[in-house]
Design a protein around this ligand. Structure first.
Ligand code: ADP
Length: 385
């Protein structure tokens, strides 16, 4: 600046200088803001673009000053069009509009709002986190958008699992308590009564143990932590054990149990215990859901074309309706057939068996006709001879 004693020109010169200075400061501020909310190219907005959450900065008129790519996708607006638009044009939800106004306006209120939206892929749930920001740069609020659909789906599944699990555990527990109480109340229980009650208690506690074991396995599978202990497994021993284990049970119900095995069985690479568990489930079900005097057969063969081992369990039992067939592999699902409710079970066996076999690269499929019988086929890659 020059001394103003030199006259009017000096005063004007100084005023000009000051104006210039202000202009320069303003330009610098604008450039910084532009970088921050910029149209790509800067590191910061590049980093924001990499976020899977949507990020928006709005001013006090709810005009979008910055939006990353994810925000445009969540709002269903073209990336090029989103900056400069009034945010409330892209959202319809009244509660959300109110919250945006309350954050960007004088109240400077924070809010977190969850909104359900129908999408092509089904129902989606989005969480909007709205925070007022320092006003210096002409900005008023920041909005973060997250897709929490999976979180909600997982929550629902967990709640359902807990509800069903509690229900399954309650029945055997109630039976144990009732029989124990009657044993305690009876002053001089006769031997037959005692044996009967103890048998029920024994059976029910084994049932509890099985249910808890199955649930732990299901939980491990869902957490992705179920480990397979793989080894070369020789099937002949497994099948002769299976036949021995189930022959007595079949005889009790007057069911003819037949095993048709090829003369030479291949070896498979598998977790022996888990494979046996899956086979037990299929054969156990066939005997459980076949009325007295029926017939159950186990056929084993190697499909030459695919090199797969096929373990097929056929019964002429109560069968499964087409509607139920599409659900029997779901956890806790039991057919809506009144004959099923009188037979104990948790609906976990098939779900577990199929998951375990799929982890081996195989599968389990069902073919069935109501009142005629069912065939469950377990297929597994066999080892080349
Ligand atoms: P659980 O036998 O404990 O109920 P599973 O998961 O093993 O559970 O089977 C699920 C359901 O599938 C059974 O409740 C039954 O309705 C149906 N199911 C399975 N195997 C057979 C079969 N061989 N014949 C008829 N229904 C069957």
């Amino acid at each position: 600046t020059v001394s103003e004693q030199f006259g009017d020109e000096a005063v004007t010169w100084n005023a000009l200088l000051e104006e210039h200075d202000q202009l320069r400061q303003q330009q610098t501020a604008e450039k910084t803001l532009e970088k921050l909310v910029g149209h790509g190219g800067t590191d910061l907005s590049g980093a924001c673009d990499a976020l899977s959450q949507g990020l928006l900065l709005i001013d006090d008129h709810l005009i979008v000053r910055y939006a990353n790519g994810a925000a445009a996708v969540f709002l269903g607006v073209e990336r090029e069009q989103i900056t400069g638009m009034v945010l409330t044009n892209a959202v319809e939800d009244e509660q959300l509009v109110d919250a945006l106004q309350a954050a960007a306006g004088d109240q400077r209120q924070r809010a977190t709002i969850e909104i359900e939206k129908e999408q092509d892929s089904g129902r989606g749930v989005f969480r909007f986190t709205i925070r007022p920001v320092r006003r210096e740069d002409g900005l008023a609020a920041m909005v973060m958008i997250e897709d929490i659909t999976q979180l909600r789906v997982a929550d629902e599944a967990r709640n359902q699992f807990v509800a069903q699990a509690t229900h399954e555990l309650r029945t055997p527990l109630t039976n144990i308590r009732l029989y124990l109480e009657s044993l305690l109340e009876e002053e001089s229980p006769d031997a037959e009564f005692q044996t009967n009650a103890l048998n029920v208690i024994n059976q029910e506690s084994m049932r509890l143990e099985r249910i808890v074991g199955d649930m732990l396995n299901v939980a491990e599978i869902e957490a992705g932590s179920l480990k397979l202990d793989m080894d070369d497994v020789h099937l002949d021993v497994i099948f002769s054990d299976l036949e021995r284990d189930y022959q007595a049970q079949a005889e009790e119900k007057g069911i003819v149990l037949a095993f048709n095995l090829p003369p030479k069985l291949p070896a498979v690479h598998a977790d022996r215990d888990k494979l046996v568990m899956a086979m037990h489930n299929l054969l156990g079900n066939a005997l459980k859901y076949t009325e007295n005097g029926g017939r159950v057969s186990v056929n084993v063969e190697v499909d030459e074309a695919t090199g797969r081992l096929l373990f097929e369990v056929h019964d002429d039992g109560i069968g499964i309706s087409p509607e139920d067939q599409s659900h029997v592999f779901e956890k806790f699902y039991r057919a809506k057939d009144r004959r099923i409710s009188s037979i104990t079970g948790t609906g976990l066996g098939l779900a577990l068996a199929r998951e375990v076999i799929r982890l081996h690269g195989g599968d389990i499929a069902v073919e069935s006709e109501l009142n005629r019988g069912s065939t469950f086929t377990l297929s597994l890659p066999a080892k080349a001879a």
